[in-house]
Write a protein that binds this ligand. Structure first.
Ligand SMILES: *[C@@H]1O[C@H](CO)[C@@H](O)[C@H](O)[C@H]1NC(C)=O
Ligand SMILES: *[C@@H]1O[C@H](CO)[C@@H](O)[C@H](O)[C@H]1NC(C)=O
Ligand SMILES: *[C@@H]1O[C@H](CO)[C@@H](O)[C@H](O)[C@H]1NC(C)=O
Ligand SMILES: *[C@@H]1O[C@H](CO)[C@@H](O)[C@H](O)[C@H]1NC(C)=O
Ligand SMILES: *[C@@H]1O[C@H](CO)[C@@H](O)[C@H](O)[C@H]1NC(C)=O
Ligand SMILES: *[C@@H]1O[C@H](CO)[C@@H](O)[C@H](O)[C@H]1NC(C)=O
Ligand SMILES: *[C@@H]1O[C@H](CO)[C@@H](O)[C@H](O)[C@H]1NC(C)=O
Ligand SMILES: *[C@@H]1O[C@H](CO)[C@@H](O)[C@H](O)[C@H]1NC(C)=O
Ligand SMILES: *[C@@H]1O[C@H](CO)[C@@H](O)[C@H](O)[C@H]1NC(C)=O
Ligand SMILES: *[C@@H]1O[C@H](CO)[C@@H](O)[C@H](O)[C@H]1NC(C)=O
Ligand SMILES: *[C@@H]1O[C@H](CO)[C@@H](O)[C@H](O)[C@H]1NC(C)=O
Ligand SMILES: *[C@@H]1O[C@H](CO)[C@@H](O)[C@H](O)[C@H]1NC(C)=O
Ligand SMILES: [Cu+2]
Length: 696
């Protein structure tokens, strides 16, 4: 076996590191002018010796944990739940992942991979971690080493699984990039606040019903029927919480906000039967304490790693000052509560300037977003406060704090020093060939309608411009297929008028990419009828693209609703979109339908925030701009895990012929792979995974 259990962070400076890497292309990148453009002020100090290597072993296993008092199977790294890692800007990050998960975990046993959320991975596209896009998943019993130079803005990120359901089952953790020089903010100490939502049911059991026919006429005893995952049973603060804090009803798809009451600091074993679906073992659980000392200033690195919950985080009696969003600095903004959507990060400064005591730390799902969700409660504890006491003030209830308005979010902007080439701080990571973070003019515009169609097979999907995109079309990395044969995509492209429907089957044989209907965003109209396939936009290095994401009620925009089921759906919700390989400028957002003639003038091209995860507001639109400076195939997707699974994604293929050849040790691809749109009928689940408890 291996030494992965040794939870080791070995930082080594190796003179002959080029040979170690065994990958000549990396040598080429390191010497290229492109790197010096990304580091306009020169490479880090140790460059003459070669970058230092920060190495982690990830021994990935399944284990039982009770983060919210309910014991269940979770995915662990070296025995830790939500393992934190960190690396210094300019270092080589090397993570060897040993997949020691059992081969009996549907949608997880098919393989895992890791995405470095927020990293641009310029020149390191093969390590971006999207299963079947950049690599095949790491199969059970095998290992793979991610190895790339961290040319990223110092700040707060996270790593997470990106192949099947492994993220929702706990395969994620904080990822901190330290600057090679001093930090840009003044503070005494730092704390991480890792936010997540916790389901008592395995992600797999929640996922199967999402693929089953929504249309009652298509349902059979074997197919089963569609079922929504509903809200999580608990919100976790640094992986701690208690599902009993809020009086959730079973399933919790209710519109009634729950009443919450927090009575104990340490929740003893034996209270697991108070909810109908919470009949698991309760070995006890702890509440999170964020500890501070009076007089000090803390940098709190907030990360929303959840699968559904858009959170509003409040520190009782303390305002906090936002100083960075998705790693890039912002003009300081002081707020009593921070709205943080899935995939987003905020760095906030908190001054411990109140009387020594215990204060509530609360993560709320505001009523208007997911009514019925629980809230998460922890304690901000000053050194010297009585540790056996909870804060005396009443807790915040889920509906008691309003969500941020456009007025609040519009105040999150880039500081002037980043907008002027002469004042950009040393070490700032800029788009290629840019001399500051000021947005360049766009060369292209793409309008994307977010729709929720019903496919002819009865599946309810999320789609972009009427295409619900598969995750696993060919059992081969799409990046490699497209890099070797760009013409393949155009030859696979479907007439948008016909709308070919992909084969309605659970599995694919290796190499059968041609079976997958492909739609190119080339100015043609969207498919008339909704389709399942894959949606691409071809770009060339240097393009600057405005993407207008239009989010009207679910069945607007010609999302073809067959007469009968779903014809009158008016579902509306926000979606947190995340872009791989790039940060983007958030230029504008508004209610209603985007109007090119009247709304472009509202774009903030002066000091827009530079982010990688942003909300597409409901019944409205959000306009983002990115510079295609990174050859490869990059995914833009909703970070609500369930929506991603249901197809809410598309790919930008930027000069893929310029991507490097794949490293020789990329994981082996399996001979068959699963369509994430496969009909998980009861008989199929039974035949593939046996009665492992998931075949409901
Ligand atoms: C890791 O994988 C390689 C093949 O890629 C194999 O040779 C090696 O034995 C594996 N190491 C461990 C410790 O399993
Ligand atoms: C439907 O499936 C259930 C179990 O899932 C089984 O008990 C029942 O007999 C089936 N009914 C028919 C008509 O096949
Ligand atoms: C919270 O629970 C405690 C203990 O059960 C009870 O005394 C108290 O009245 C409850 N508070 C509220 C607001 O329901
Ligand atoms: C928080 O503090 C309480 C009281 O000291 C303690 O019981 C609990 O274990 C602490 N929580 C964690 C996560 O350590
Ligand atoms: C927080 O800021 C608001 C103004 O934005 C101010 O009214 C309030 O007193 C501040 N609260 C604390 C605890 O400093
Ligand atoms: C919470 O939901 C209720 C019921 O839908 C509504 O009356 C109330 O205005 C909502 N509160 C907020 C803050 O959105
Ligand atoms: C802390 O609070 C507990 C519970 O009220 C009390 O019994 C204890 O005396 C307090 N400790 C101190 C040092 O005040
Ligand atoms: C960008 O566009 C504006 C008008 O929209 C124009 O004034 C400006 O010169 C353009 N900048 C560049 C670099 O082309
Ligand atoms: C988006 O929907 C509008 C109708 O709301 C339609 O006119 C437009 O053609 C659609 N755009 C695309 C790219 O599908
Ligand atoms: C849709 O709503 C309209 C108006 O309420 C109603 O007349 C129509 O029957 C509904 N259609 C379906 C398929 O439910
Ligand atoms: C967009 O334009 C419409 C008019 O077509 C206007 O009513 C709306 O306020 C504009 N939105 C923004 C954010 O500028
Ligand atoms: C950067 O400039 C070089 C040289 O002019 C050019 O070849 C390359 O395409 C540019 N890249 C981007 C992203 O603009
Ligand atoms: Cu979504």
């Amino acid at each position: 076996m291996h030494a992965a259990g040794v939870c080791s962070t070995i930082v080594r400076v190796i003179m002959g590191f080029f040979q170690r890497l065994g990958w000549p292309m990396l040598f080429a990148i390191l010497l290229s002018t492109e790197l010096s453009a990304a580091f306009p002020y020169g490479a880090p100090a140790q460059a003459p010796l070669g970058p230092a290597i920060t190495h982690y072993d990830f021994d990935v296993t399944v284990g039982q944990r009770a983060p919210d008092c309910f014991q269940k199977d979770v995915i662990l790294v070296n025995g830790e739940y939500h393992k934190q890692i960190e690396v210094t800007q300019g270092n080589i990050l090397e993570v060897t992942v040993y997949n020691n998960l059992p081969a009996t975990w549907p949608l997880v046993s098919e393989g895992i991979s890791i995405h470095w959320h927020g990293f641009s991975m310029n020149g390191a596209e093969w390590y971006d971690g999207v299963g079947y896009l950049a690599q095949c998943p790491i199969q059970a019993g095998t290992n793979f080493t991610y190895r790339f130079q961290v040319n990223e803005e110092p700040g707060t990120y996270f790593w997470h699984g990106h192949s099947g359901n492994e993220k929702v089952d706990g395969f994620s953790g904080p990822l901190i990039v330290r600057p090679a020089g001093p930090e840009p903010f003044m503070y005494d100490e730092e704390r991480v606040l890792y936010l997540s939502d916790n389901y008592h049911t395995s992600a797999t059991a929640l996922t199967f019903p999402l693929n089953r026919p929504f249309d009652a006429k298509k349902q059979t005893n074997d197919s089963g029927g569609w079922d929504w995952v509903a809200v999580p049973q608990a919100i976790l603060l640094n992986s701690h919480g208690f599902y009993g804090d809020c009086d959730l009803l079973a399933g919790s798809n209710t519109v009634i906000p729950p009443k919450c009451n927090v009575t104990t600091q340490w929740v003893p074993p034996g209270r697991s039967k108070i909810l109908p679906y919470a009949s698991g073992n309760n070995p006890g659980c702890k509440r999170e304490n964020v500890t501070v000392e009076a007089g000090k200033t803390y940098r709190i690195r907030m990360i929303n790693a959840g699968s559904l919950a858009y959170l509003t985080v409040c520190f009782a009696d303390h305002n906090v000052t936002i100083v960075a969003a998705d790693a890039y600095p912002t003009n300081p903004l002081t707020v009593p509560c921070v709205d943080i959507n899935l995939g987003q990060r905020y760095d906030v400064l908190l001054k411990a300037d109140r009387p020594v005591g215990n204060y509530w730390l609360t993560a709320l799902v505001v009523n208007s977003t997911r009514t019925g969700s629980p809230a998460g409660y922890g304690v901000l504890r000053y050194a010297g406060a009585n540790e056996s006491l909870l804060p005396w003030e009443p807790i915040l209830q889920p509906e008691s704090v309003p969500a941020w308005t456009f007025g609040t979010v519009s105040k999150i902007t880039l500081p002037d020093v980043y907008l002027n080439p002469r004042t950009v701080p040393k070490g700032t990571v800029l788009p290629l060939n840019s001399s500051s973070l000021a947005p360049p003019n766009n060369t292209k515009t793409l309008l994307v309608n977010l729709t929720q169609p019903l496919l002819p097979n009865g599946q309810l999907r999320w789609a972009l411009n009427n295409v619900a995109t598969f995750g696993t079309p060919s059992c081969l990395p799409t990046l490699d297929l497209v890099r070797r044969n760009l013409g393949m995509m155009t030859s696979m492209a479907q007439s948008t008028q016909l709308g070919k429907i992909a084969p309605d089957m659970p599995e694919q044989q290796i190499g059968n990419a041609l079976e997958v209907p492909t739609y190119l965003e080339d100015g043609s109209p969207s498919p008339l009828a909704p389709v399942a396939g894959q949606e691409f936009m071809l770009l060339e290095v240097g393009d600057v693209v405005d993407v207008i994401l239009q989010n009207l009620p679910a069945n607007a925009n010609g999302g073809d609703y067959r007469p009968g089921v779903g014809a009158n759906r008016t579902a509306q919700e926000q979606h947190p979109f995340h872009m791989h390989g790039h940060h983007f400028w958030v230029l504008a957002y508004g209610l209603g339908t985007f109007n090119e003639a009247t709304n472009r003038s509202s774009f903030n091209t002066d000091n827009p925030p530079f982010r990688d995860s942003y909300t597409i507001f409901k019944n409205g639109w959000t306009a983002i701009r990115f510079k295609a400076d990174n050859p490869g195939v990059w995914i833009l997707h909703c970070h609500t895990d369930w929506h991603l699974f249901m197809g809410q994604k598309m790919y930008f293929a930027t000069s893929p012929q310029l991507a490097q050849p794949p490293p020789p040790d990329l994981p082996q691809c399996p001979n068959t792979c699963l369509y994430n749109f496969g009909p998980y009928t009861r008989s199929y689940v039974q035949s593939r995974w046996g009665s492992s408890g998931y075949s409901t």
